[in-house]
Design a binder for this molecule. Structure first.
Ligand code: DGL
Length: 273
């Protein structure tokens, strides 16, 4: 099958990467809307318009399903897109439910990080209200983290400074789970470990999203071991996927190498859990 995956930028690569672990034999089109990243600080009307462009681009390229690999686009656009399109649309939501389950019997709390737009949208608010019966969930918007990821700044003094300021507003030791409610946040798992205790679970929605995709398409899942999805050259990376940035085919070495490094970083981040 041919599966289309889009995001505002490189965050969605983390979903594609998870798909390589569970559905390695499928073909993919990955679309990063890099002309318009970040979505998370934009007007919802714009996010709707861009999400529609991405989705129709993928449909025009013959996909069997679309994955909205973006919590922000999902929160704004998925309902409308599902009304317009009959093809399966699989989307992302902050994985708050499994996170809340980690607090049971422990008296600890959950911290949900996401973009400012996603945290304001009714879809995410309602999801949290539904599962947070004991009021254990705190919200932390991270407006700049997407830009750090796009610039490939995963371990710079500026990044550390930003994280230090943001996490100074909470008490990391009270959290049994940190929800990565934006796909761009998956690149920084090693950094969160510097602030949060070793027993704080880092929970992203990628595994569940790909499992759901497999279910919708009736494809059996596999379990490619951690450490196995490493690309030593861009040719290997292109074996199952065509990459686009805002409608432009990615074929220049610089961007392909950029994506290859990002995939390899995501494979490293899987070891951190
Ligand atoms: N990666 C996207 C998400 O999951 C949004 C990033 C952005 O602000 O563009 O929410």
């Amino acid at each position: 099958m041919r599966i289309g995956i889009f995001d505002s930028g490189i965050g969605g690569l983390s979903v594609l990467h998870e798909a390589y672990h569970q559905l390695p034999d499928q073909d993919y089109i990955f679309y990063a809307d890099t002309d318009h990243v970040p979505y998370g600080k934009r007007d919802p009307k714009e996010i709707m318009e861009y999400s529609r462009e991405c989705t129709y681009f993928l449909l025009d390229h013959g996909v069997d399903a679309v994955v909205i690999a973006c919590n922000t686009a999902t929160s704004v656009a998925v309902k409308q897109l599902r009304e317009e399109i009959s093809l399966p649309i699989v989307s992302m939501e902050p994985a708050v439910k499994p996170a809340v389950e980690t607090t049971e019997g422990e008296g600890r709390r959950v911290l949900v990080m996401a973009t400012p737009v996603a945290l304001k949208e009714a879809r995410v608010r309602t999801l949290i209200e539904r599962v947070d019966e004991e009021h254990r969930v705190d919200l932390l918007p991270m407006p700049e983290l997407v830009n750090f990821a796009e610039r490939e700044q995963f371990d710079t003094p500026e990044l550390l400074d930003y994280l230090t300021k943001q996490f100074a507003t909470v008490q990391p030791e009270v959290y049994s789970a940190l929800v990565l409610g934006c796909t761009h946040f998956n690149y920084f798992k090693d950094q969160y470990r510097k602030f949060f205790p070793a027993d704080t679970a880092l929970i992203d929605g990628n595994f569940g999203t790909v499992r759901h995709l497999a279910h919708r398409l009736g494809i059996p899942r596999q379990d490619v071991p951690n450490g196995d999805v490493v690309f030593t050259d861009t040719e290997a990376m292109l074996a199952h996927t065509t990459y686009y940035t805002s409608g432009r085919l990615v074929e220049d070495t610089e961007t392909l190498e950029h994506f290859r490094r990002l995939h390899n970083r995501l494979e490293e981040m899987r070891k951190i859990g």
